[in-house]
Design a binder for this molecule. Structure first.
Ligand code: FAD
Length: 243
């Protein structure tokens, strides 16, 4: 059983039609995360069958600050977790476990490809803003495959948060989740991006139905598997449940 921890919501801002940015302060001590990791929020909401709704949210702020941190959440239909995160009031306490995750910066420098789909941008922003990732020299190409500018975090926020000379950032329009054209489109994008650069390290987060096939392609093209980091937010073929 994971250790239960608490943070208080100290600010909340609507940053898009379906997007909310939350600032949280630890009620004691430090979070102790590395950029790229996530927490699991216990919403306290009982699902059918009696299980509690626990949902993962990636830390979008820099790991240079450990007593406060930020989460960005997109509302997904009537989903219990994302709607809870959109309802929770400033001043309320948020129970969670973590930090969790192996979406962590590499140990050597090199040319880096960072590919995010949809809400997966949060994990990549946390990674890119992290101290270790910034310290390691290396050209970085960030590609965000997303439906529309108002789908989630505004592009202007993302650009501002990751702005450094060594990071190139491109947003590419994606067909909606579930559209049969999504994978062919992502493949064409992959070929275009790979044709113009070398890839020593790859980080991919978001839709498992896209990032797993892309991982296999990169591995086939010679990028060692241990240099490819994945974080599937949904459609995860390896889905495990943690409590
Ligand atoms: C490691 C990890 C980190 C995550 N970080 C974030 C984050 O920083 N911000 C954030 O908003 N979400 C994040 N998520 C997704 C989040 O955990 C929930 O899945 C999401 O909020 C939906 O939960 P729900 O209870 O509202 O809906 P549910 O009823 O649980 O979900 C409804 C369905 O939507 C799918 N789904 C989840 N996200 C999407 C999406 N973007 N597009 C389409 N379908 C989706 C779910 O898999 C499910 O099939 C992360 C997930 C993982 C595994």
């Amino acid at each position: 059983m994971a250790e239960a921890r608490l943070a208080r919501v100290i600010a909340a801002e609507r940053i898009g039609p379906q997007a909310r940015l939350l600032r949280l302060a630890m009620t004691g001590g430090e979070l102790g995360f590395t950029g790229g990791q996530y927490i699991i929020v216990n919403t306290g909401i009982e699902l059918e069958g009696g299980k509690l709704a626990k949902r993962a949210y990636s830390i979008v702020s820099s790991d240079a600050e450990q007593t406060e941190f930020q989460l960005a959440v997109r509302r997904i239909g009537q989903g219990p977790g994302s709607n809870f995160m959109h309802r929770i009031a400033v001043g309320a306490e948020l129970p969670f476990s973590g930090p969790w995750g192996k979406f962590l910066p590499e140990t050597t420098s090199g040319s880096r490809l960072v590919f995010a789909t949809d809400t997966g941008i949060t994990a990549t922003l946390g990674l890119l803003r992290g101290r270790r990732f910034r310290e390691l020299a290396g050209d970085t190409t960030v590609v965000w495959f997303v439906e529309a500018d108002d789908y989630f975090i505004p592009a202007s926020f993302a650009r501002e948060w990751i702005q450094t000379e060594q990071v190139g950032f491109e947003i590419v329009a994606a067909p909606p989740v579930g559209d049969p054209e999504r994978l062919p489109c992502a493949r064409a994008l992959r070929d275009r991006v790979l044709a113009r650069r070398r890839t020593d390290w790859a980080y991919m987060a978001g839709d498992g139905a896209l990032i797993y096939p892309l991982r296999d392609h990169l591995a086939g093209a010679g990028v060692p598997l241990e240099r490819i980091r994945l974080e599937a937010f949904f459609n995860n073929p390896d889905r495990r449940v943690r409590s």
